[in-house]
Design a protein around this ligand. Structure first.
Ligand code: AMP
Length: 405
């Protein structure tokens, strides 16, 4: 079956068409600058094969509906397309950021599901409306095809109360659903599943710490296949040091800044999300720029690297305590897959906890799964490239198959 995966943002639509028999990518691309003066669609048909064709067009794209129509048209284009008609596509899988406490699984979309996603808008005011736009136009354009929502929060719904309730007045949870939800769930679940498979073990018998280090960063404690703690919280701001997001800070900093710097809450919120993290410390949010700056003797860039990797280490220690027995650590995403120095600094000094890094194995980038541990390491160390599109396609297909049985 051919599955179309859609990740609809406020001004963009990322798409990928996968043939699930053999799990290969038929087409991949991005519609961007929707609603702006000059929009753009770009991508690749039959990527990685001898027939690979690039597409690129600058054209005004007034709204998500016309953006999605363009996706349908490039896929079916007589010359460069990969299918003859939209009817060849069997299923559409949508990434949805916030499923709140309602969605524990990927779910076939109907009007009730759309209403429930709408009810979660206050929890993700930027993301859920954009995701809904994508769903609604895809339902119009592909009316005969099942559509499945795959939630970024769903994998973490197994986290017990002791780990997801904040020590705040309990009414805030009851009235406003203030609690930790966690994100990047599709990625954590995917690499956890791949890791246990590659280790030759049942997921239900394996304890893992999954470490997603990209522009956004998060870590999860995965016990026997279930997320039991994760570093992102009610919003994707808590926990690790990210590209532009602060991760953990003392909540009293907000009122201090109001008094000392005359900032209001909107300004503080924007600062914590857009001007903090690595960028806040040294001015660069991309790890490649940080390495280049360190090589030129930039002390702040060096400090940013120290602060991020120290925080990573601290969370690994915490999750080792939470899990008791840990079978493997799994690095993934842009930094996790490509940055030997971040991995090395993150794991430095963990030998006494049974985590022994093989420096030689660690010294490269990974485009496919590989291990980093020494022969004597009690805990295995893996790098497993994440593949959210494939994960969404797999999850969407499995929910449809479950429904049909
Ligand atoms: P992601 O959010 O998973 O796409 O990761 C994006 C981030 O990965 C970028 O902002 C960089 O910080 C980082 N990254 C990508 N390639 C490399 C590389 N070769 N070395 C170090 N960091 C990288």
């Amino acid at each position: 079956m051919k599955v179309l995966v859609i990740n609809s943002g406020s001004s963009s639509i990322k798409f990928q068409l996968l043939e699930m028999e053999g799990e290969h990518v038929m087409a991949t691309g991005l519609v961007e600058r929707i609603g702006e003066k000059f929009g753009r669609i770009s991508g690749s048909m039959h990527p990685g094969s001898a027939d690979q064709t690039a597409i690129e067009k600058e054209v005004m794209i007034p709204d998500h509906k016309s953006g999605m129509e363009m996706v349908g048209n490039v896929l079916c284009d007589e010359q460069s397309g990969v299918v003859r008609s939209r009817r060849e596509i069997g299923l559409v899988g949508h990434r949805v950021v916030h499923g709140g406490e309602v969605f524990h699984q990927p779910t076939v979309i109907d009007t009730t599901v759309i209403e429930a996603i709408k009810e979660n808008i206050p929890l993700a005011p930027l993301h859920n409306p954009a995701n809904l736009d994508g769903i609604e136009v895809a339902m119009e354009l592909f009316p005969a095809i099942a559509q499945v929502a795959v939630f970024d929060t769903a994998f973490h719904q197994t986290i017990p109360q002791r780990a997801h309730i904040y020590a705040l007045p309990y009414e805030l949870y009851e009235r406003h659903r203030v609690r930790r939800y966690g994100f990047h769930g599709t990625s954590h679940k995917f690499v956890a599943g791949e890791c246990s498979r590659l280790m030759g073990r049942e997921l239900s018998e394996t304890n893992l710490i999954t470490i997603h280090l990209g522009n956004g960063c998060s870590m999860s404690a995965v016990e026997q296949g279930r997320s039991i703690d994760t570093s992102l919280g009610m919003t994707p701001l808590e926990g690790l040091v990210m590209g532009t997001r602060s991760g953990d800070v003392d909540p009293a900093i907000h009122s201090f800044l109001e008094r000392a710097a005359g900032m209001n809450l909107t300004q503080i919120d924007a600062m914590l999300n857009k001007d903090s993290g690595l960028k806040g410390i040294c001015g660069f949010n991309d790890m490649r720029d940080i390495h280049a700056a360190v090589a030129e003797g930039d002390e702040r860039a060096r400090l940013a690297l120290e602060v991020q990797t120290y925080r990573n280490k601290k969370y690994i220690g915490a999750y080792m305590a939470v899990l008791g027995r840990v079978d493997a650590l799994v690095f993934t995403a842009g930094i996790g897959e490509n940055d030997p120095l971040v991995r090395q600094k993150t794991l430095a000094g963990l030998d006494h906890l049974g985590v022994e890094l093989d420096y030689e194995k660690n010294s490269r980038r990974f485009t496919s799964p590989g291990t980093l541990h020494t022969g004597g390491s009690r805990v295995q160390i893996w790098v497993i490239p994440t593949n959210e599109e494939l994960a969404i396609a797999r999850e969407s297909l499995s929910v449809l198959e479950d429904e049909n049985h």
